[in-house]
Design a protein around this ligand. Structure first.
Ligand code: UDP
Length: 328
């Protein structure tokens, strides 16, 4: 049994990770300021005696260093995430994503704690390659476009983590998430699947930005958290960056159609210009597909649930939420 700290543990991915760690018999401390995370994400496990929840921000260095004392593994997931949030508040993105990571890495290096650093496929920016491997170049747009602040902030975190690994031998693993989805993900910050499912359950239309030919790969959060835990438990993964996600590509238009087929085939798609959705200074990433062979060869596993299985699970959860809301 290990004592684990999960920063951002009340968030979408963090809460699934917390639940899984508890299932495996570990002790978990969650540090979350509930800005984008939600208390109810942990409602299934709040009574667990091996879980403690600290309500506070990773931007508070005193709280952060107090919370790390005596911990064996730190899963650092707390961050300003979501393209919409980042576009709306670039100052918060930079302040939340950079300085606290440095504080945490420094103390982990001193205490010799293992660290998982959550990063993002946004670090590849708009690299035009068909499929991205971990050693590919980062292609950011101009600093006048706030979207790139997110990927840049996480790239700095990665540089810091790798530097602490090289200089101080910090046992850190970096995971770049590719469109992780599943129950508990909310659509307020721009995430496409919960938005489409909500729109479909309300009778439509489903609002696709631009022409819908943008391409993404969606991975179920349960498979992703298993991959994270295995990476942390694999010494050969230390000091490396991993793409974590599915490599099954789908266009956003196909995604909308799959959801419509499952909810009500009469629902129509409405196309909306990026400018109207995000404002003038927005740039999308047209194609985002990972190569996940490094992950597969290290842990013998990659996310493999089909899009259909993933959508069924999310639609089921959304319907349950809606029905519970009607009853209360
Ligand atoms: N998207 C869309 N309608 C929405 C939200 C997103 O068509 O209501 C598109 C968006 O333009 C992008 C894709 O879906 O091309 C994935 O968007 P998301 O914000 O989920 O993730 P990311 O852009 O970070 O991959």
């Amino acid at each position: 049994m290990a004592r684990c700290l999960v920063t951002g543990g009340a968030g979408f991915i963090g809460s699934h990770l917390t639940e899984r760690l508890l299932e495996l018999g570990h002790e978990v401390i969650v540090l979350d300021n509930l800005s984008t995370g939600r208390q109810e994400n942990l409602s299934h496990v709040t009574g667990n005696p091996r879980l403690s929840i600290r309500n506070g921000s990773i931007t508070d260095p005193v709280l952060l260093s107090e919370t790390t004392v005596g911990v064996d593994v730190i899963y650092h997931l707390a961050a300003a995430v979501g393209v919409k949030l980042v576009a709306d508040d670039p100052v918060r993105t930079i302040e939340t994503n950079i300085y606290p990571t440095e504080v945490l890495l420094r103390s982990a290096a001193t205490a010799r704690q293992r660290v998982f650093l959550a990063s993002t496929s946004e670090v590849y920016g708009k690299n035009p390659k068909e499929r991205w491997t971990e050693e590919d170049d980062l292609h950011f747009g101009p600093t006048s476009r706030p979207r790139w602040a997110y990927g840049c902030s996480k790239a700095i975190d990665e540089f810091l983590a790798l530097a602490y690994h090289r200089k101080f031998g910090l046992p850190v693993v970096i995971g770049r998430f590719f469109n992780v989805v599943g129950p508990r993900q909310v659509g307020h910050y721009g995430m496409v699947i919960p938005r489409f499912v909500d729109q479909a359950l309300q009778g439509g239309p489903v609002v696709v930005y631009d022409d819908g030919e943008q391409v993404r790969c969606f991975a179920h959060v349960k498979e992703v958290v298993n991959a994270i835990i295995r990476l942390v438990e694999t010494p050969a993964a230390q000091g490396l960056v991993y793409n974590i996600g599915s490599d099954a590509a789908v266009s956003i238009r196909q995604l909308a159609q799959e959801i419509i087929q499952r909810v009500d085939p009469r629902i129509r798609i409405q196309y909306l210009a990026y400018r109207e959705a995000y404002g003038d200074d927005f740039e999308d990433v047209r194609r985002r597909v990972p190569v996940v062979s490094r992950l597969e060869s290290t842990i013998g596993y990659k996310p493999s649930m089909t899009l259909g299985e993933i959508l069924d699970d999310i639609i089921r959860w959304k319907r349950e939420q809606r029905d519970a809301g009607r009853r209360s």
